[in-house]
Write a protein that binds this ligand. Structure first.
Ligand code: PRP
Ligand code: URA
Length: 208
């Protein structure tokens, strides 16, 4: 389905803590950030390396550095913001493209309210960030905005995915690889992921 499940035990353990309804706002926010950092480590495995010579205190060493690949992280507001710090912790020079979308509660369609892209987005590998891929409407819209701004290389990182969202991404953006910690069973009548973890934005920002 174009989906990679990141099954590292630390990710699975931390995801269980997020699912737990007893987990409070502070801890939830911290865990989202930690998960993002671990996911970043996993999805940057394919960054190209080049050879360099570095002088150690004892002599020259033939070594490796990341080869000129430039990254941008694109959080879908609000909940995607919770993943930005964890990502930047590992890749501090990445730029950030903010995409403001909310899901209309009646139509469930994404409504755009903000968009600010780095000027050189077309030269960067872009990683879209959103903890939840439910119907897929928001992620598909975000990928479309990014492509309209010239982005050519996209990945999507979500903590939880529903089959409907993965399928919609596959139909509309087959070129975008999707990474998640778990594929849940489906959606409820309000298009929440079940069993899921609830409303990610509300749990990160304490708005309910
Ligand atoms: C949530 C979530 C995704 C979207 C997923 O955001 O963070 O962006 O819903 O649903 P979809 O796949 O059906 O589009 P929400 O619209 O609740 O906004 P928020 O982040 O501001 O809470
Ligand atoms: N948005 C959320 O925050 N949670 C869901 O389960 C679905 C959409």
């Amino acid at each position: 389905m174009g989906l990679t499940i990141l099954s590292h035990p630390l990710l699975q353990h931390k995801l269980t803590m997020l699912r737990d309804k007893q987990t409070g706002v502070k801890e939830f926010r911290e865990i989202v950030s930690e998960i993002a950092m671990l996911m970043c480590y996993e999805v940057t495995r394919d960054l190209p390396l080049e050879d360099v010579t570095v002088e150690t205190p004892l002599g020259d060493a033939e070594a490796k550095v990341i080869s000129g690949k430039k990254l941008a992280f694109a959080p879908i507001l609000r909940a995607g913001l919770g993943m930005v710090d964890g990502m930047l912790h590992l890749v501090p020079n990445a730029k950030v493209a903010h995409i403001g979308l909310y899901r209309d509660p009646e139509t469930l369609l994404p409504v755009k309210y903000y968009c600010k892209m780095p000027a050189d987005i077309s030269e960067r590998d872009v990683i879209i960030l959103d903890p939840m891929l439910a119907t897929g409407g928001s992620a598909c819209a975000a990928a479309r905005f990014l492509k309209d701004y010239g982005a050519r290389s996209l990945k999507l990182l979500c903590i939880l995915a529903a089959p409907q969202g993965v399928e919609k991404m596959r139909e509309e953006h087959r070129d975008v690889d999707v990474f998640a910690c778990c594929l849940d069973a489906g959606l409820d009548s309000h298009a929440y992921i079940v069993p899921g973890l609830g409303d990610a934005g509300d749990r990160i920002f304490g708005t309910k």
